[in-house]
Design a binder for this molecule. Structure first.
Ligand SMILES: [Fe+2]
Ligand SMILES: [Fe+2]
Length: 191
């Protein structure tokens, strides 16, 4: 990856506008994920920052090939979701005349954003996880109230957002966030 000092411009403003315009129901999580990345890995290169900002964008574009989450921690679902996001973001980046090397790096990071795997990928996955625990809890408490998913599924999702983080120092941040999220879920009194 080229350091930002060697690239002529950033696509972050255009990507932010694309996210806000298209992912109406959860653009907060996308923008907030980038804020977390800049906190936990300041100075991250353009590809890493773009990947974090756009990692879930397939959910903004429903279609027959869109995978459906059944509420369980399903590896195959996460792979399909990640790969579809990578394809949609790659198409958008090419439409912005992005360098092919940048497109390739963003693609690789989005494909593993649920899993991590190398330092930049681990940072992307941690930023996503921390942002989930930061701004997505209310959404999932609503899913419990409306019985869209079972409470045990939602609890597992909360726990997974903490345990999957591969950077031990960051689990010290996500651990207390998980405790608050689980306490709020339990306080609903739904079985
Ligand atoms: Fe995701
Ligand atoms: Fe996410």
């Amino acid at each position: 990856m080229l350091p930002d000092s060697l690239t002529s411009q950033t696509l972050i403003p255009q990507a932010t506008a694309w996210v806000l315009d298209n992912y109406k129901h959860n653009s907060l999580h996308m923008v907030n994920s980038l804020e977390w990345l800049d906190r936990i890995a300041p100075g991250s290169v353009e590809a890493t920052r773009l990947a974090v900002l756009t990692h879930d964008m397939e959910r903004a574009f429903p279609g027959p090939d869109q995978p459906v989450w059944n509420g369980d921690e399903d590896h195959d679902y996460y792979v399909a979701h990640s790969n579809r996001s990578a394809r949609i973001v790659g198409d958008w980046l090419r439409g912005q005349a992005a360098e092919e090397a940048l497109v390739r790096d963003v693609d690789a990071l989005i494909r593993v954003h649920e899993f991590g795997g190398w330092p930049e990928a681990d940072a992307v996955q941690a930023a996503d996880s921390l942002s989930f625990l930061d701004v997505n809890i209310d959404l999932f408490l609503d899913y419990a109230r409306t019985r869209r998913y079972r409470v045990d599924q939602i609890r597992a999702k909360f726990v997974y957002s903490h345990t999957r983080i591969r950077i031990p120092a960051l689990q010290e941040i996500s651990g207390p966030m998980l405790e608050v999220a689980v306490a709020r879920l339990d306080a609903l009194g739904i079985r």
